[in-house]
Write a protein of this length. Structure first.
Length: 407
């Protein structure tokens, strides 16, 4: 009965958002019709892809605005979109679209989450093109199963002129059946419309996952009619975004990175990127600091533990937006992934619930040549504890711990 009540409540909220979206679009005179709107969805890589595409368009002399989980960039102005918010409410979405059109923007890039799509927060946005990065394990607390999650993403590909799909991803065949308009494909290795052989991308930022993000951005840009050589040149000058494999260098003799990875797939991909940096040095370690969000998908917690147990030398399990859950219990659930792989507490992994203390511990533990990576918070400026947002920055805490160690 409780489940039914929660489902009914969510359905009512979705109807409310739909009505709000219509009234907002009506109030602002359906601003998306005056723009070429691009929707970017997927589990991981959306924010980087949105910012890569924004960089490409701006570098090519195009007037562009965008919304991602970092912020909204409308013309030459930047706006904070709120705590832990990727897709704003319908009123804000339509307002930003109106401001973008009024500022002279021709293009608008929108990071589209499964929640935003499912809850009708993006209703009455006239998308011209939709693209996906990938679909992996995430948000099953909300969507209940992978099929519901996939179908929420698929809503973006209805009624668009172009659908750009990842031929390497497990979601490809299902999304292809749902997609409308001209379907175009990309792949890191397969013979598709867009691949690395046809478009030899060179990046300043590391990781095969970023190469895939760049391929999505390139696919969209070329489909929009931009010159291939200008697109490749723009990508070669992209320097990354805040909290995405961001290096913190205060002159210490080991590496420190801050990254937003908070899903099993994202954690695995970033650890795989960092692993060779450690393997190339003798007697050095990869030290990972991460947790899992409270009141969210619990099934991913041991999966993340298992991934870290295989790819990191030492892990520190800690808080990451615990909300009203007990941080110790969250960490113990992550720890199951370590113990199932015969790893030992206080040797291979440590549980330090206080995130500041966990970061300090990791940095104090690091020796010359080691790599310390802080995962899960990235660019975020707050942490949700007991349903209260407290000021927080992994980057600031890392700098504090490094300064303390150096002195």
């Amino acid at each position: 009965m409780l489940k039914l009540t929660l489902d009914m409540w969510q359905n009512l909220k979705n109807i409310y958002h739909f009505a709000q979206a219509f009234l907002s679009a009506l109030y602002f005179d359906f601003p998306s019709k005056k723009l070429v709107v691009v929707g970017i969805t997927g589990t991981d890589g959306k924010t980087t892809t949105v910012n890569m595409l924004h960089h490409i368009l701006a570098s090519s002399g195009k007037k562009v605005s965008s919304i991602s989980s970092i912020n909204a960039v409308i013309g030459h102005k930047r706006f904070d979109t709120g705590f832990h918010v990727t897709t704003p409410n319908p009123w804000q979405v339509q307002k930003y679209l109106k401001q973008a059109a009024d500022s002279g923007s021709d293009y608008f890039i929108l990071e589209a989450t499964s929640h935003g799509l499912d809850q009708n927060r993006l209703a009455f946005v006239d998308f011209e093109l939709a693209a996906i990065t990938n679909i992996s394990h995430e948000h099953l607390d909300y969507h209940k199963n992978k099929q519901n999650y996939l179908m929420s993403k698929a809503k973006l590909f209805k009624n668009v002129k172009y659908s750009i799909l990842n031929a390497d991803d497990q979601s490809f065949n299902d999304l292809k059946e749902q997609a409308s308009g001209k379907v175009l494909t990309y792949s890191l290795s397969k013979k598709t419309d867009f691949n690395i052989k046809k478009f030899p991308i060179k990046l300043k930022i590391a990781g095969d996952f970023n190469l895939e993000n760049a391929l999505v951005a390139l696919s969209v840009a070329i489909t929009l009619g931009l010159n291939k050589h200008k697109v490749l040149r723009a990508l070669s000058t992209f320097t990354g975004i805040s909290g995405r494999l961001e290096s913190i260098d205060l002159g210490q003799n080991f590496d420190v990175y801050v990254d937003f990875a908070h899903t099993p797939n994202a954690l695995e991909q970033v650890l795989k990127t960092l692993r060779p940096l450690v393997n190339d040095k003798q007697s050095t370690r990869l030290i990972a600091v991460f947790g899992a969000a409270g009141k969210r998908d619990k099934s991913k917690r041991p999966l993340m533990g298992k991934i870290a147990s295989k790819l990191a030398d030492v892990s520190i399990l800690t808080a990451e937006d615990p909300r009203t859950e007990d941080v110790n219990q969250i960490c113990k659930q992550i720890a199951l992934g370590f113990t199932s792989n015969s790893k030992q507490e206080n040797k291979d992994f440590f549980i330090i619930p206080d995130r500041k203390e966990a970061i300090k511990f990791a940095i104090d533990l690091a020796s010359e040549g080691d790599t310390v990576a802080l995962f899960g918070k990235g660019h975020e400026k707050s942490m949700n504890m007991g349903n209260k947002e407290i000021p927080w920055s992994d980057i600031s805490i890392a700098r504090w711990a490094l300064n303390r160690k150096i002195k």
